[in-house]
Design a protein around this ligand. Structure first.
Ligand SMILES: [Zn+2]
Length: 78
């Protein structure tokens, strides 16, 4: 079996630029990847990441930069 290049979708936080990771409390850590943009969006929703609008998303980190980004997104919707 040759090594093949594939096209997959991953979720990346717009604030810290880190990809979504699973298994961060174990020795096995990985970035989940999806065959469709819709499935990646579902993972964003299922893991409580925040839709910042215009295709941007924020992970669940709690620090001033993430909190400000979430607050700004919520105020635009109000
Ligand atoms: Zn982040």
């Amino acid at each position: 079996m040759p090594i093949k290049k594939i096209h997959r979708y991953i979720a990346v936080c717009d604030v810290c630029q880190q990809p979504m990771r699973f298994g961060t409390d174990s020795e096995i850590e990985y970035t989940p990847n999806y065959g469709t943009r819709r499935d990646a969006q579902a993972a964003v929703d299922d893991n409580e990441w925040t839709d910042l609008g215009r295709g941007r998303i924020a992970c669940t980190a709690s620090d001033p930069a993430h909190d400000d980004a979430r607050d700004a997104a919520l105020s635009r919707r109000a």
